[in-house]
Write a protein that binds this ligand. Structure first.
Ligand code: KIV
Length: 263
């Protein structure tokens, strides 16, 4: 049976860490399912790790629909989340609904949108109409040109308070999950304690409700620069499935991320 949002919320309440990896095709979806990954994210990171772009900005809705359909065909167990690409949800709730509906039709069970207060109305609109939404705060890669690079967010008191306030706004608007990217571990601990919905960290320390990594990073096949929060799980694992099982084991045991992967 497929994991659903209720299962994930219960896991978070019970203190069981949620595992998430990005996934873009049917074969990897089957491997990740067999290794026990709870949620698969068709991330717009595909623009970098599959298409070779230097940002996620060129990714289109058609790209994510295609990869979502591939993943959905290969997976039977995990909860499937599709990223809404840049330009497909920022113009308002009605546009966001039209585009999110296509991702759901392709096999997603939830869509992810980057952004804080400006996303409140859209999240309320989508969730009221049957589309579960995952928020994304901290480093939001689609805003890389506003943020001045891929750098840690929420370092000042002001930014930290703003991030906590926006996390609460997204939850109140109906978001069912929240990705926290590249923020201090102490801040993600505070955000997680302030919310009822699960938080999923990437470069955000061990105290989130769960963790996500980009598949090509944890298998060490992406040729680009490696962030401090990335761990190569393939070394010594013997196989891709072994690497993914090691990731699941370490996230569930709270041994990944360690201090050396956190800020
Ligand atoms: O696109 C992606 O892969 C993501 C994760 C890094 C959370 O948004």
């Amino acid at each position: 049976m497929r994991i659903n949002q209720t299962t994930l919320h219960k896991m978070a309440q019970d203190g069981e860490k949620i595992t998430m990896l990005t996934c873009y095709d049917a074969s990897f979806a089957a491997v990740l399912d067999a290794a026990g990954v709870d949620t698969l994210l068709i991330g717009d990171s595909l623009g970098m790790v599959l298409q070779g772009h230097d940002s996620t900005l060129p990714v289109t809705l058609t790209d994510v629909i295609y990869h979502t359909a591939c993943v959905a065909r290969g997976s039977k167990r995990a909860w499937i989340i599709a990223d809404m690409p840049f330009g497909t949800f920022q113009t308002g709730p009605a546009d966001a609904f039209r585009n999110a509906a296509q991702l759901m039709a392709a096999g997603a069970q939830m869509v992810k949108v980057e952004g804080g207060e400006t996303m409140v109305e859209t999240i309320r609109f989508l969730t009221a109409r049957g589309i579960p939404v995952c928020g994304h705060l901290g480093l939001t890669p689609q805003s890389v040109n506003m943020l001045g690079g891929y750098r840690i967010q929420g370092k000042t008191d002001f930014q930290a308070k703003q991030l906590i306030a926006e996390a609460k706004m997204l939850e109140e608007a109906g978001a069912g999950m929240l990705v926290l990217e590249l923020i201090p571990a102490a801040l993600s601990r505070q955000v997680t304690a302030a919310l009822r919905i699960p938080t999923i960290g990437i470069g955000a320390g061990v105290d989130c409700s769960g963790q996500v990594l980009v598949l090509h990073d944890m298998l060490d096949v992406y040729p680009g620069k490696k962030a401090r929060f990335v761990k190569n799980f393939l070394t010594g694992a013997g196989s891709v499935q072994g690497a993914v099982e090691a990731y699941v084991r370490e996230v569930k045991a709270k041994t990944f991320p360690a201090a050396e992967h956190s800020y």
